[in-house]
Every structure is written in structure tokens, then in C-alpha cells.
Design a protein around this ligand. Structure first.
Ligand code: 13P
Length: 288
């Protein structure tokens, strides 16, 4: 199956009261683990690529070619979208050209009129090519790959302006942040989420910063219109932990334990287990 846009899968998720996971990828192991787990759980999936990760993997063309070939070679039949995460204006055009099936344009750091103008232009371009587009209002807090957000809570009226441009999915800050939440975090602002939902209507909403949000808050967010949830840091943490355990146990020194295919296997298995846990929590299993 070739890549699909994220529009239909998130619209279905909104109607069915579940959420599709966006799992950010960093390399071949990450991609393989996420794709195989989505297939195993019969779940649609979104592979997120930050600009930093795109650069790390040598460029968007490499990522696009790898993902398309891997879907084919692994016989993946569930819907897969390849999505630019927190894209700049230039990055969005590059990913469109490289064959991504979905883009996020994060214009949240621009004044709202400029965010609206740039988003509008990119909506037209993306839709001309059958590519889905996510926009953002009210910056997500914390830092992801050098993109630092102020953690503002989105203004529902501004959300409506951006939603009405025809974006397929809308990210709105509701107290969520990238990375691990600080101990004094006050939780998601469900009052704001409910207002946004009321203002924008049937538009699939995106919850960034999925790492560390308690399960009950995830479920409540889904019940209030969240249809896409992004997870990045949590997969990195379990990958690092599993790799550390392997090395600390001296397994890389036993036999051919230093072989990268062995060395990276526990981390890859840990990603698979985490992705499966999230898919079951989000309820997207058996929805492909
Ligand atoms: P976390 O790294 O906090 O899971 O956030 C992921 C994300 O929102 C990607 O855009």
C-alpha cells in the first residue's frame, strides 16, 4: 500500500471517538518498529518527521524513499501517512516535493495574520496534490529538536480562523508541552479544549506532547475531539533505557553482541512495546 493523507484517517477517528497516533521516527529501526506494530494491531498510523530528524536522516527525500520502500518490502497494508512535524514554511514545500503525504505548518510563532496567510497558501498547495495539512495555533510548550514553544493556551477565535482555512487537522495549545512534564504541571486545560471544539466544530484536533500525559487525561481529550496524538520523547526514553540495560549487562561483549543488529534490537523492541501500548490506549487498533 502506498502512503495516504492523514485527512481520512483522522476524520474517521473523530467520528469513531478514538485517536490516531503520530509516532516520530529517527532512523530505520524506529520506522520499522512503528510500521510493524501498526500492522500487528491493525491500526492506521502517522509517521512524524521533525525538521531536525529529517536533516539527521540526510534529508526528506531519503526519508520518503525509505518509508515507501519499507511499506512495500514489509507488506504493510494499514494506512500510513508520512507527516512533517512542526514544519517551517520552507520545510513544508520541501516535504511536498519529496513525496510526503501530510505536512504540518507550524506558524504559531508568527503574528496570527501572518500565520493565517501562510497557512492559507499551503492549504491550497497541499490540497492540489491530495496531501493533508495540519496547522497550529497557540504554541506548544517545551523544546523539540530546537523548536521552542512558549506553551500558550490557544485562543478559540484564532483557532476558528485557522480551521476555516480548510486545514485537515488543527493543533491548539491547551497546556501541553513537548518532553517530560514538570512535577508542578497543572494538567490539560479541558475548559479551553471544550471551547475550541465548540468553535471549530467537526475538525480533528491534535494533541502534541503526548509523552507523560496520564491515561485518563488522554481519554478525556479524545472524548472532547482530539483525533491525533503525537508521541516522540517516550519512544526515545524506552529506546535509551533498553539499550543502556543491554550494555550495562555486558551483552555487547558476549559473542557477537556488538553486532548493530543485536545491539539495537532491545531498543527497537522497546519502541514496539511502547507504540502498541499507545495504540491500544488511543483506541486505533482494529480500525485499519
Ligand atoms: P513528546 O515528545 O512530548 O511526546 O511530543 C511529541 C510531539 O508533540 C511531536 O510534535
Amino acid at each position: 500500500m502506498s502512503l495516504v493523507s492523514a485527512a481520512e484517517m483522522t476524520a474517521k477517528a473523530l467520528a469513531g471517538k478514538y485517536a490516531v497516533g503520530q509516532f516520530n521516527i529517527n532512523n530505520l529501526e524506529w520506522t520499522k518498529s512503528v510500521l510493524l506494530t501498526a500492522q500487528e494491531t491493525k491500526s492506521p498510523v502517522i509517521l512524524g518527521v521533525s525538521e531536525g530528524a529529517g536533516k539527521y536522516m540526510t534529508g526528506y527525500k531519503t526519508v520518503s524513499a525509505m518509508v515507501k520502500a519499507m511499506i512495500d518490502e514489509l507488506g504493510i497494508t494499514v494506512p500510513v501517512a508520512l507527516h512533517l512535524d512542526h514544519g517551517s514554511y520552507e520545510g513544508a514545500y520541501k516535504c511536498i516535493e519529496a513525496g510526503f503525504s501530510s505536512i504540518m505548518f507550524d506558524g504559531s510563532h508568527y503574528p496570527i495574520d501572518e500565520n493565517v496567510a501562510k497557512t492559507k497558501e499551503l492549504v491550497a498547495k497541499a490540497h492540489e496534490l491530495g496531501i493533508s495539512i495540519e496547522a497550529e495555533v497557540g504554541a506548544i510548550g517545551g523544546e523539540e529538536d530546537g523548536v521552542i514553544g512558549g506553551g500558550e493556551v490557544a485562543d478559540p477565535a484564532e483557532c476558528k480562523r485557522v480551521a476555516d482555512l480548510g486545514v485537515d487537522i488543527l493543533a491548539a495549545g491547551i497546556g501541553n508541552i513537548h518532553g517530560v512534564y514538570p512535577a508542578n504541571w497543572q494538567g490539560l486545560r479541558f475548559d479551553v479544549l471544550a471551547k475550541i471544539k465548540e468553535t471549530v466544530g467537526d475538525k480533528p484536533l491534535v494533541l502534541h506532547g503526548g509523552t507523560g500525559i496520564p491515561d485518563d487525561q488522554i481519554k478525556k481529550a479524545i472524548s472532547l475531539g482530539v483525533a491525533k496524538i503525537n508521541v516522540n520523547t517516550e519512544c526515545q526514553l524506552v529506546f535509551a533505557e533498553a539499550t543502556r540495560k543491554y550494555i550495562e549487562a555486558g551483552k555487547d561483549q558476549q559473542g557477537k553482541g556488538f553486532d548493530p543488529r543485536k545491539l539495537l534490537a532491545p531498543g527497537a523492541a522497546a519502541i514496539s512495546a511502547k507504540v502498541k501500548e499507545k495504540i491500544l490506549l488511543f483506541g486505533s487498533n482494529d480500525k485499519a
